[in-house]
Design a protein around this ligand. Structure first.
Ligand code: ADE
Ligand code: ZN
Length: 337
């Protein structure tokens, strides 16, 4: 099966985790930042995870090497356009790109301006590369509750400009969700769809909290739901799908190898699973690579992979006319698989 040639949906891809190493070099140079090397091969070691990555904390550490380079309107607009180009090249036809405005703002570049720059880049990328791309704004566990409230307010303000949902990201093993409850109460009040990174570096109880307290209708990762049958029942009964990102889970040492990743077990328990890329730049992968890994290494059948592709269409945060167009595209190409 050639997954690269098939149209795909990516519901879980971080904008900051998708930047090309060559773009990071350009941005560092044009921004006047010092780089340890300008050699792209050597620079890769600073921007991408290697075998020394032992945890989600180590993984997220990589981002802090390059965050400073991304804090300008030109940088944000460029990477938002390039995420569309790279996804379209891999035959991703619908993309939800997510980022935390609080992490890319600085003095003189507000969270609102970060969002506006990303919207410009995504709109340009959509037109230029023919991809349907939307935006999810992330609240971030280690940032302040006030910044999460501002993030949700921005999601409301720009919902007619392609912002379709909110997320809670960051290191679940070190930072609880509780300080951000009020922000998610607000998201519920505004009827903004919610997805939450949970059951990744934290246990199944965090998945329950994401659903019952934060109002999540999708879960980022969630693979540790397998530790609690009642949480699996909760996901099944509410038809809440998981956004699985196999390589990312191996790199953060959640699974030892792709062969030992619980994707197949989750699919076999009747939980809705989707396959996504998380941070293709930092991980050095594509979505096609993840689809192939899901089948060849995690053990999904091709029929289960097709079901995952269809499940992603059902779970997308876009409006129904866009979903119908997307469903047609996916059905036409995946029919009979
Ligand atoms: N931000 C980027 N990748 C992430 C991940 N896998 N978990 C939580 N936050 C993230
Ligand atoms: Zn993620």
């Amino acid at each position: 099966m050639n997954f690269r040639s098939l149209p795909k949906v990516d519901l879980h891809r971080h904008l900051d985790g998708s930047v090309r190493v060559s773009t990071l070099r350009d941005l560092a140079v044009s921004g006047g930042f010092r780089l340890p090397t300008r050699d792209l091969r050597k620079l890769k070691a600073y921007c991408q995870v290697g075998p020394d990555c032992r945890s989600l904390g180590d993984f997220l550490e990589k981002f802090f090497f390059f965050y400073e380079f991304l804090k300008s309107p030109e940088a944000v607009e460029r990477i938002a356009c390039e995420i569309c180009e790279d996804a379209a090249k891999d035959n991703v036809v619908y993309l939800e790109a997510r980022f935390a405005p609080a992490l890319q703002a600085r003095a003189g570049f507000t969270m609102k301006q970060v969002v506006e720059a990303a919207i410009r880049g995504i709109q340009r990328g959509r037109k230029k590369f023919g991809i349907d791309a939307r935006i999810i704004l992330c609240c971030y566990r280690s940032e302040s509750p006030a910044s999460s409230i501002e993030t949700v307010e921005l999601a409301k303000r720009y919902r007619r400009s392609g912002v379709v949902g909110v997320d809670l990201a960051g290191d679940e093993s070190r930072y609880p969700a509780e300080p951000h409850y009020r922000a998610f109460d607000l998201a519920r009040k505004y009827r903004i769809p919610v997805t939450v990174h949970a059951g990744e570096a934290g246990g199944a109880e965090n998945v329950r909290e994401a659903v019952e307290r934060l109002g999540a209708v999708r879960i980022g990762h969630g693979i540790r739901s397998l530790e609690d049958g009642a949480v699996l029942d909760l996901l099944r009964s509410r038809r809440i799908p998981l956004e699985i990102c196999p390589t990312s889970n191996v790199q953060t040492c959640l699974a030892k190898t792709l062969e030992l990743h619980p994707l197949k077990d989750l699919a076999n328990t009747g939980i809705g699973v989707t396959v996504n890329s998380d941070d293709p730049g930092v991980s050095g992968i594509t979505l096609s690579h993840e689809y192939e890994a899901a089948v060849r290494r995690c053990g999904l059948t091709c029929a289960q992979m097709a079901a995952a592709a269809r499940r992603a269409v059902d779970a997308a945060f876009c409006d129904d006319p866009a979903r119908r167009r997307l469903r047609e595209k996916i059905e036409r190409a995946w029919k009979g698989i």
